[in-house]
Design a protein around this ligand. Structure first.
Ligand code: ZN
Length: 68
């Protein structure tokens, strides 16, 4: 039986089919939301930091494709 360990609460979850755990790799919707919240917080922090790096070209610029 496949198992997964929730990265948020470290709970071990057993499941028989993937449909049983729609919020994989999390054990529950609650943990998925917790992870989402962390991501959003991280995003906000990063975009705030980025304002210090406005000068200088983007070395790895994957901008929108302009050669259509
Ligand atoms: Zn969990």
């Amino acid at each position: 039986m496949p198992t997964l360990t929730c990265p948020i609460c470290r709970k071990l979850v057993r499941f028989t089919s993937r449909d049983e755990v729609p919020w994989r790799p999390f054990c529950s919707r609650q943990c998925k939301l917790v992870d989402l919240g962390r991501w959003l917080n991280e995003e906000y922090r990063i975009s705030e930091d980025r304002e210090d790096f406005e000068d200088g070209p983007d070395p790895d610029g994957n901008g929108p494709a302009e050669n259509a």
